[in-house]
Ligand binder design. Structure first.
Ligand SMILES: Nc1ncnc2c1ncn2[C@@H]1O[C@H](COP(=O)(O)OP(=O)(O)OP(=O)(O)O)[C@@H](O)[C@H]1O
Ligand SMILES: [Mg+2]
Length: 352
């Protein structure tokens, strides 16, 4: 993940929140093309409208997935069955010309079923590599906590390394490569909950709530009108952006400026989670870098070239909620992680 603009001794240009002036030597300056970046932002903004031809509402999850693609991070998707998690990922891929595959993680799934394996080709009398479903742009990994640790580890390794090694030979995964994982919320026997250290590797945790009544009526109205979730093209969903716009967007996000004050704010928010009385585990420094990345992407998508404290606030919940752990007492009292994070945001002084 990219670094923030380092503190400089030269007086910074006067921009809101003391953002330092754009430094031509900064990362990505060589391919800096403002017109291309602006076109990419416009195209990516159109993606949301395109996806809404299939998915009613769920705007936060759609934007979260775009941010993950820009930051090259992975996401956890949380929501009860039937709230359009799969439909959302498929629609987004259609709008962005990306490939998507889905894997149902079952107790008997083997690592090779995810990464791929060597198969014997009788015609040539040789072994050849058959790519597993990780060779895609967005991998929908359903119920990853139902598969044993060995298979989870093969997925997590692919997420981290962006390559898989089979028989000692590394094979690069496509770009972009983002895992959207769902977890079975019921902790019945036979689930293998991901350890905290693994959850920290997901950039965002996006929640898909049950739709408001009006939205649900609209879902039914579309079905009554002939909408077929298996035929997105018939719903008028077209490709409005693609890997090129995502690459240009990623480069532009890396040029978004962050003042020392806002860096301090990100750190203060994360540090405050470590001393919250409701939390047994606070946000790690890795979590703080994640919040910096997602805030930058959101600032860029919002049309700015600097990060404001409001960007940090907007992304704090989805970026931090899976990186903290409630104390058992708080859990028994039904305390909600998002409410704890809201409390932290309310208590940490905001730079002006
Ligand atoms: N917000 C919504 N907008 C449009 N359609 C919706 C929405 N919510 C649910 N649906 C309808 O419900 C169907 C089920 O959605 P989908 O299969 O994507 O759910 P899911 O969250 O992936 O469920 P599961 O957890 O069982 O995999 C969709 O194909 C669609 O017809
Ligand atoms: Mg699904």
């Amino acid at each position: 993940m990219s670094e923030a603009t380092p503190h400089r001794d030269a007086p910074p240009a006067a921009t809101p929140h003391g953002a330092t002036a754009v430094d031509p030597s900064a990362a990505g300056a060589a391919d800096h093309d403002p017109a291309r970046a602006a076109a990419a932002r416009e195209a990516l903004s159109a993606v949301r409208q395109e996806v809404s031809k299939a998915v009613v509402g769920q705007d936060a999850a759609i934007t979260g997935l775009v941010i993950a693609l820009l930051c090259r991070g992975h996401v956890l998707l949380e929501g009860v069955p039937g709230v359009a998690k799969t439909l959302l990922v498929r629609s987004l891929c259609q709008a962005l010309q990306l490939d998507t595959k889905r894997v149902q993680f079952t107790p008997d799934l083997m690592p090779g079923d995810v990464t791929g394996s060597l198969v014997y080709d009788a015609a040539t009398a040789r072994f050849s590599f058959r790519e597993g479903p990780v060779f895609t742009n967005i991998l929908l990994a359903d119920e990853i906590n139902r598969t044993p640790p060995k298979t989870q580890a093969s997925l997590l390794e692919a997420m981290e390394e962006r390559q898989v090694s089979v028989d000692g030979i590394p094979r690069m995964l496509p770009q972009p490569f983002v895992v959207a994982a769902t977890q079975n919320p019921v902790e019945y026997e036979g689930t293998y909950p991901l350890p905290e250290a693994q959850l920290d590797r997901f950039l965002l945790k996006l929640t898909l709530p049950l739709p408001p009544r009006e939205d649900e009526v609209e879902v039914l109205a579309r079905h009554a009108g002939g909408f077929d979730p298996r035929d997105l093209a018939a719903a008028g969903l077209r490709a409005v952006a693609g890997p090129e716009e995502l690459a240009a967007g990623s480069a532009a996000v890396r040029r978004v400026q962050v003042s020392r004050d806002v860096l301090g704010y990100v750190v203060d928010v994360c540090r405050a989670t470590r001393s919250s009385p409701s939390l047994a585990l606070g946000v790690s420094p890795r979590g703080a870098t994640a919040l910096l990345s997602t805030s930058r992407a959101w600032a860029w998508l919002s049309g700015r070239d600097y990060v404001s404290p409001d960007d940090v606030k907007a992304l704090a919940r989805p970026t931090l909620r899976h990186r903290v752990q409630l104390r058992p007492e708080a859990e028994l009292d039904g305390v909600d992680v998002d409410a704890v994070l809201d409390g932290v945001l309310g208590a940490v002084p905001v730079p002006r």
